[in-house]
Structures are given as C-alpha cells and as structure tokens.
Write a protein that binds this ligand. Sequence first.
Ligand SMILES: NC(=O)c1ccc[n+]([C@@H]2O[C@H](COP(=O)([O-])OP(=O)(O)OC[C@H]3O[C@@H](n4cnc5c(N)ncnc54)[C@H](OP(=O)(O)O)[C@@H]3O)[C@@H](O)[C@H]2O)c1
Length: 291
Amino acid sequence: MSKMYNNKTWTIGKDLEVNRYGYGAMRITGKGIWGEPENENEAIKVLKKAVDMGVNFIDTADSYGPYVSEKLIAKALYPYPKDLVIATKGGLERGGPDQWAPNARPDHLKEALEGSLKRLKLDQIDLYQLHRIDPKVPFDETIGFLKEVQQKGLIKHIGLSEVSIDDIKKAQQQLEIVSVQNKYSLTFREWEPELEYCKDNDIAFIPWNPIIASRLHPVKTIKKMAEKYKVSESQLILKWMFNHAENILLIPGTSSVKHLEENLNSQNIELSEEDFETINESAKEASGVHA
Ligand SMILES: NC(=O)c1ccc[n+]([C@@H]2O[C@H](COP(=O)([O-])OP(=O)(O)OC[C@H]3O[C@@H](n4cnc5c(N)ncnc54)[C@H](OP(=O)(O)O)[C@@H]3O)[C@@H](O)[C@H]2O)c1
C-alpha cells in the first residue's frame, strides 16, 4: 500500500505556509489564453470566491492574456489578504492565441518581472517561476538573472516549470529551488520521478493541467469510483492527487464559480485508503507508470 497524505498545508521555502488547495488563474482570459475574458465579472467573482473559500495560493504568469490574469488578480483582490501568496512566472512570450515561445534572456526576464510587479502592485514576488528553460539561452545566464533579482529583494523564492531532475539539480548548484511546476495528473505521470525528487528535497510540486491531463487517458475505475462517492470525476482526481504526495499544491484552473466550488469542495471527499490504492493501481496502467 502506498502512503496517503492528508496535510492541509505546505510551507514554501520554509516560510510561506499555504493551503494545498490553490487556484490556477490561467483560465480567466480570452480564448487561447489571449486577451480579455468573455465575462470579466465572473472572472472577478471566481478570484474573490477562491479567497473566500480558503485559497491563499494563486498561480499566474505575465503571459496569461498576456498580462490579463495578473491585472485581474490585482483588480479583484488588492489590497491583498496578508497570507495570500501570488506565484507568477516569466520566460514565455506570446505571438497570438495558443502561441507560446520560450524567452529566458535576462533582458526579457527583466522586463517581464518589472511588468509583473507593477501589474500585481507588489514590491516583491513571493514565488517567481521560470516558465520554461530556453534552449537558445545559456542556463547560467538565466539562473544568474534570477539570483541577482533575488539578492535585490524583487523576488523572494524561485521555482521552475517543465523541468527534469537534472535541470533542477543544475539550478540547485547556484540557488535554492522551492517549487517545480510540471504537467501531471492521476493518469499523466511522466514526471513521477521528478515528483519523488521534489518530495525528498522539500520542494513543492505544482501539477499543471491537473484535470485536463487525466482526460487524455480516461480510466473506467475512476468513473465507477466517482459514482460510489457521489462526486464528479474531476473532484475524485483532485482528491487523489492531494492524497498522493504531501508536497503537491493543487492549482486547478477555471473561469466559472460553479467549477471553482466543485474543485475546492473535493477537499471534503473522505477517500478510503483502499479506494485510494485501487484508483492508483488502475491509473498506473493507463499512465504507463509501473513503479
Ligand atoms: N507551467 C505551465 O507551463 C502551465 C501550463 C498550463 C497551465 N498552468 C497553470 O496550471 C493551472 C491549471 O491548469 P489548466 O488550467 O491548464 O488545466 P486544468 O486545471 O486541468 O483544467 C482547466 C480546464 O478544465 C475546466 N474545468 C475546471 N474545473 C472543472 C470542473 N470542475 N468540471 C469540468 N470542467 C472543469 C476549465 O473550464 P471552465 O473554465 O469552464 O471551468 C478549463 O477548461 C493553470 O490555470 C495555470 O495556472 C501552467
């Protein structure tokens, strides 16, 4: 039997304690994560409701919109509650809807970070994540920039996104990495070794696409189990991930209050150890994880 975790909070970088049920703010933009949302009122309501329901960890990026997600966060929530941690990112450039290109050159990151601080109305970003390693830029240049702005106090902690264990180790030679954000879900577990590495090294693991990635490999057991618990499949998937590792921070994304409530309410599912394990076993097969 694998261990089942129930800790409600995780401390990022030894000093920022957050609830492990957070919110991903990528979906409060237009189609293709481009431009303004169709319904700005609803987007503002989602952000306020998330905080009302106990969320104190929100993930965003300069590239969501671009700029739209960060601006809406400030519009809805500034002045921020004391314990709210807003994690943003830099390192991707947008050419249009659904177009994303890495740019981790220091001059671009500098502009991106300055913009994020301004839009979010902050003097310091609690958690700044490198959105992508840019193969065109020497890693040391990117890391050197992050180190410099951390020393200047513009960012408190540093995270990475879509990275291998080797990438994390390389970065750790020069600075402290407190979070890793990789695509991961119940039935999409290509980064399982990275999750394990993060767990062993006190690094938060923040799965992106937690709901969508599991739709890629649907598993019959999940459907049946969701019926048994009288919850939706998305809810069961989120709760399974929460129970799977103590360092997982959930950031399901949504543009609707209804889905937000559904996602956050999945915390209350009382998943038995036996069912947790059954789900794990059947999902392992679908995801190709045999460990
Ligand atoms: N680091 C990276 O490279 C990276 C990449 C992608 C995303 N992210 C981050 O990760 C967060 C989560 O990923 P994601 O938003 O791409 O994917 P996700 O959380 O797996 O799924 C979001 C999608 O599922 C729908 N949805 C949400 N809750 C639902 C529910 N209860 N029932 C049915 N449909 C539901 C949403 O539509 P509605 O709006 O209609 O609810 C939206 O289309 C993002 O918001 C972003 O902060 C990071």
